[in-house]
Write a protein that binds this ligand. Sequence first.
Ligand code: ADP
Ligand code: MG
Length: 286
Amino acid sequence: MVSPVTESTTAGASPRGGAGASAVNTRGVRLDEVGMTYVSEQGATDAIGSVTGTVVDGRFVSVIGPSGCGKTTLLDIVGGLMRPTRGRVSIDGDVVTGPRRDMAMVFQEDSTLHWRTVLQNVAFGLEVAGVPKRERLERCRAMIDLVGLSGFERHHPRQPSGGMKQRVALARALVLEPRILLMDEPFGALDAQTRQLRQGDLIGIWQRSPKTVIFVTHDVQEAVYLASRVAVMTARPGQIKTIVDIAIDKSDRHVAKSKAFVDAVDEIWGLVRDEAIKAQKARASP
Ligand code: ADP
Ligand code: MG
C-alpha cells in the first residue's frame, strides 16, 4: 500500500523522515510503521511487523497474503477498531483513533442481522445516525437497487440466493456514503460463479462512484481483477513484500483471458506462494 508519490515498495524501504510531509500533503490513508503484537495468556504474537505506505484517495487496492499474515488485523487497525501497538494510521493527516463516519467496513464473517429484512439491514446504520425515515428509505432503496436486490426488500438475508448476505452487507456499508471502504474477504464463502458475479458488481459500483477501497483477499485472481494496485504481504509478522500495479481494462468482459491479466496473476501467485510456504513451515515447526 504505497502511494505513487513515495513509490517505495516495501515497508523497510520507505523513506524515513519523509513520511510526515507526505502524510500532510497526500489525501488518503497513510500508514506509518504500523505494527501489532497481540499479548495473551499464551504469550505474544507478532501479527504485523511494520507496514508503511499510502493508499491515495480514489484508489482500489487489494491486499493479499497467506492465511494468518495479519490482513484482518491490518484492516481492523485502519478501520479504527483496534489501536496498533506501534506506529499510526492517519487519514489526510488526522490520526485514526477509532471508527470514523467516512469509513465503512464489510467483514469476512456474516454480519447481517438475521431477524431484520434486507431493507431493515441496509437501513440500520442510517437509523443509528438518526437519518429521517423518508430519506432513509430513499437512500436504502437506491442502494438495494445498486447491488441488484430490488424486489427483495422484505426478504430476510438468510434466504440463500446468489450471495445475498454479501450484497446486503455491501449495501449497508455503501448507504453510509463512505469515502473509504474496507473489505475483508467479503466473497470468501461464495461459490466460484457467484463470486465472479459479485466481483463484477463491485467493479461496476466502483466505476460509477469511485472511492478509496482497501480489499483484503487471499485469492490472487480476485486481487488482480478488482484492483489497480496489489499489495502482497509476507508471512507473519506481516509486512508489505511487494506492490504490483495492475494496468488492465476492467470494463473488458474477457479481461481474465488477456495476457496482461494472466501474467499479473502468475507474478503475484509466485510471490504469495513463497510466503504461504514460509507460513506453513512456521506453523509446522514446534
Ligand atoms: P489473516 O487475516 O491474514 O488471516 P489475522 O490478522 O487474522 O490474519 O491474524 C494474524 C495473526 O494474529 C494470526 O497468527 C492470528 O492467530 C493472530 N491473532 C489474531 N487475532 C488475535 C487475538 N485477538 N489475540 C491473539 N492473536 C491473534
Ligand atoms: Mg483474515
